[in-house]
Ligand binder design. Sequence first.
Ligand SMILES: NC(=O)c1ccc[n+]([C@@H]2O[C@H](COP(=O)([O-])OP(=O)(O)OC[C@H]3O[C@@H](n4cnc5c(N)ncnc54)[C@H](OP(=O)(O)O)[C@@H]3O)[C@@H](O)[C@H]2O)c1
Length: 329
Amino acid sequence: MEIVLTGKGGPEMLRITEGAKPRPGKGQLLVRTEASGVSFAEVQMLRGRYPLQPKFPFVPGYDLVGRVVDGEGLPAGQRVVALTRTGAWRDEVVIPAKIAVPISEDVDPGVAAAVAMNGVTAWEMLHVTAKVRAGQTVLVHGAAGGVGSLLVQLARLAGARVIGTASAGKHDLLRSLGAEPVDYRKGDVVAQVRALAPNGVDAVFDHVGGKSLDDSWSLLAPGGVLANYGSAGTLRDTGHPLRPYVGTLRRMAWWQLRRLVGLTGRRRASMYYVKPGAGFTKALTEVLRLVAAGSLTPHIDRRMPLTDAVKALTLLSTGQATGKIVLEA
Ligand SMILES: NC(=O)c1ccc[n+]([C@@H]2O[C@H](COP(=O)([O-])OP(=O)(O)OC[C@H]3O[C@@H](n4cnc5c(N)ncnc54)[C@H](OP(=O)(O)O)[C@@H]3O)[C@@H](O)[C@H]2O)c1
């Protein structure tokens, strides 16, 4: 069984089909899916606005948790996490063995799915890109979302003060996670953040993109870091899907140039993109260790069967979800 995204439109463009029985080839594993995340990437893919997405029809699903059934590299029965980008919303999936990260039996597959792509993204941006330290102040955009709610918790664990943007209905969640909420829908985010942090912030995590990047940059204190990792604010744009990223690259190049000649007060900006490999494995191991220790608890909005993918994507794309929706096979 698989969930196919048949074309551009709303979540109703998803279809449940039988699909062909996948068989692993050389260097591949057949994995029986236990859980997979629903993410903003699928919302963008529905609109044909995710950079370099496959041609319709295709099976979405950015990450998975499952058990090896057959193939090379890992024993049958081993539980793994994999970052697939697409293709995970199937009950059985063939993946390259090199992207399979073995994980412990003790981890709840739904929890592992909630922290797979999102936890690694949050951890790497916080500790590798921005190198946030105790006593610093950070701004997390979309702080009630799948990545954002983990970023808030990880930043708090690192000893930082956290200001988070979200729609007003989600501010209680932000407070419960230890963040000071700002309602981005009220407008003038810069003024609202400045009221809380008059000297600026040490890091901004910005998934909104476009003009928001200029605002985020303007909020940095000397030595501060802007980490851009998405373009959610340009979802309704028309034109080529890569266009918003051209604007981002232009901004990045300009700031880098100014930094090289010493005009940014040591501020820097960086684009982040999660990918499989040694860094992913390291960050996932660290994130799962924090989960096992009870220090990090992903906020799972709900767990739904894979066959409810239409409902799940409807909830996420209409802003009705907080934290992560997990599909379970
Ligand atoms: N670069 C990477 O490697 C990478 C990896 C993972 C995710 N991402 C990106 O990260 C972002 C979040 O993904 P996700 O799966 O966590 O999404 P999500 O769960 O849907 O969360 C997104 C959040 O963004 C908020 N939001 C929407 N427009 C906003 C705006 N203009 N200003 C501030 N917040 C806004 C929404 O808040 P309200 O509901 O309160 O309106 C929502 O909670 C997406 O852009 C995704 O593409 C990038």
